[in-house]
Design a protein around this ligand. Structure first.
Ligand code: ADP
Length: 163
């Protein structure tokens, strides 16, 4: 039984994240999507961790070997705790590479039993990020196709409340 773990902040989940999750779900017996609390990232996330988990759960409801859990510890410790032996990350433009390379090396240093695997982003989503989506939505741009429908609605609600 091979269990993979897909970590991220998912603030909020985008079509790019979903593509990686779907492709990883087809490779592993099962998959845990691990949502980092990340209170410090970029002035704090827009969505609380519980909301990010709920948005993801709805987005992956068609995949019966995928579960979603929040975590607030070292990733390798969380991977061990849930019995996952492979960390799966999406790789976009070259700009992701240095950060991901460093994280993979550090995680390997912390626990060599946990492998890191990369899946290339599809060209369509190569430049898609949660921060770009939030920026577009904040200025009233259309995010349709960049995020699932229910995430687009949640963004609209969150940004209307925030302003
Ligand atoms: P972001 O960088 O969008 O804030 P996260 O911190 O939630 O996203 O990233 C979680 C993982 O998802 C990272 O490995 C990241 O490279 C990957 N990822 C994010 N956006 C995409 C995308 N559009 N295509 C493929 N992988 C992606």
């Amino acid at each position: 039984m091979k269990r993979g773990i897909v970590p991220g902040t998912f603030d909020p989940v985008t079509s790019g994240h979903l593509d990686i999750i779907e492709r990883a779900a087809a490779i592993f017996d099962d998959l845990v999507v691990a949502v980092a609390h990340s209170p410090e990232k970029g002035g704090g996330p827009l969505f609380a961790v519980e909301e990010r988990v709920a948005l993801l759960e709805q987005a992956v409801s068609h995949l019966d070997n995928v579960s979603v859990l929040p975590f607030d510890t070292l990733l390798v410790d969380f991977a061990e705790k849930v019995g996952a032996s492979v960390i799966v990350k999406g790789l976009r433009a070259v700009t992701d590479f240095e950060r991901e390379f460093q994280m993979a090396a550090l995680n390997w240093r912390l626990d060599a039993d946990v492998e890191t695997m990369f899946i290339m982003a599809v060209p369509e989503y190569m430049f898609l990020s949660s921060s770009a989506v939030k920026e577009i939505a904040k200025h009233g741009g259309a995010v349709r196709g960049l995020v699932p429908e229910h995430v687009a609605s949640a963004l609209e609600r969150a940004l209307n409340t925030a302003s």
